[in-house]
Design a protein around this ligand. Structure first.
Ligand code: NAP
Length: 255
């Protein structure tokens, strides 16, 4: 028996086989889930190629989370295939280059608005799209980088992640009556396309490897996948509005 037998999951954010969402999709299938992936923009064909590396074939639907028509269409397309959705993974993050790096003051609101829209508001947008199909309750999980503190270089992406954290709590509040749980996994740094676009990512690597009580490997996202799969399963039935750290314990250590 798998942890996710009979679960139907929509998984965003699979770009390459290094994507955190790829690890989730792979493990979810091994645990019995049926999976649909979504991909965006120029990355869509890459998502299609990466999907072929999963243990089982997975369909890829187009979804740029900032395009309302895509959100409407993806709901219709999923509804045509499945009678219900049990779980959704939000693995979406983007900020214009000047939102990251040395200069916190550099971006204008237009730049910041893009980061907030793609990285934070998108959790609500995804919920809008799929909650109507989650007729038997279920689980929405998002991927976070702990935004309770300020980091080097992370800048406006950190502000967007703080908004994501808050958004997940409000969604948890409003979706509880439908038996839909909303939780985040705050992952330690892993080398993915998104991570490589953060100048100074190497600083995170060293810090986590040396300071996390359990250690940390920036090339291994399997612990993140396990936590997400657990939250998508029936094994956290009374957990919502939560942020689960999967960071080797780094967050608990002051210096
Ligand atoms: P990734 O492989 O680059 O995945 C990021 C995904 O976001 C891509 O599939 C990207 O698709 C998608 N995306 C960007 N804009 C989008 C839009 N408008 N609509 C729909 N999808 C969009 O990197 P990742 O590290 O696995 O990131 C997944 C999530 O984990 C992000 O939220 C990230 O902040 C979070 N996270 C990452 C780390 C880390 O160290 N890697 C740590 C903690 C949390 P396109 O490129 O095709 O647009």
């Amino acid at each position: 028996m798998g942890l996710l037998d009979e679960k139907r999951l929509v998984i965003t954010g699979v770009l390459t086989d290094a994507s955190l969402a790829f690890g989730v999709a792979e493990l979810a299938q091994r645990e019995g889930a049926t999976v649909i992936l979504t991909g965006a923009g120029r990355g869509l064909s890459l998502t299609e190629r990466t999907a072929r590396k999963l243990p089982q074939a997975a369909e890829v639907l187009e979804l740029d989370v900032t395009v309302p028509e895509h959100l409407e269409r993806v709901r219709t397309e999923v509804a045509a295939r499945w009678e219900r959705v049990d779980g959704v993974l939000h693995a979406i993050g983007f900020a214009p280059a000047n939102c990251l790096g040395d200069d916190f003051m550099a971006p204008t609101w237009d730049d910041v608005a893009v980061a907030m829209n793609v990285s934070a508001y998108s959790l609500k947008a995804l919920a809008d799209a799929f909650v109507p199909l989650m007729t038997e309750g279920g689980s929405i999980v998002g991927l976070d980088f702990d935004a309770t503190v300020a980091w080097p270089a992370y800048n406006w992406m950190g502000v967007a992640k703080a908004a994501l954290e808050s958004c997940s709590r409000y969604l948890a509040r409003d979706l509880g009556s439908r038996r839909i749980r909303v939780n985040l996994v705050a992952a330690g740094p892993v080398k993915t396309m998104a991570a490589k676009s953060i100048p100074g990512f190497a600083q995170f690597e060293e810090q986590f490897e040396t300071r996390a009580p359990l250690g940390w490997n920036v090339n291994d996202s399997s612990a993140v996948a396990r936590a997400v799969v657990a939250l998508l399963s029936d094994w956290f039935p009374m957990t919502t509005g939560e942020m689960v750290h999967v960071d080797g314990g780094y967050h608990a250590i002051g210096a």
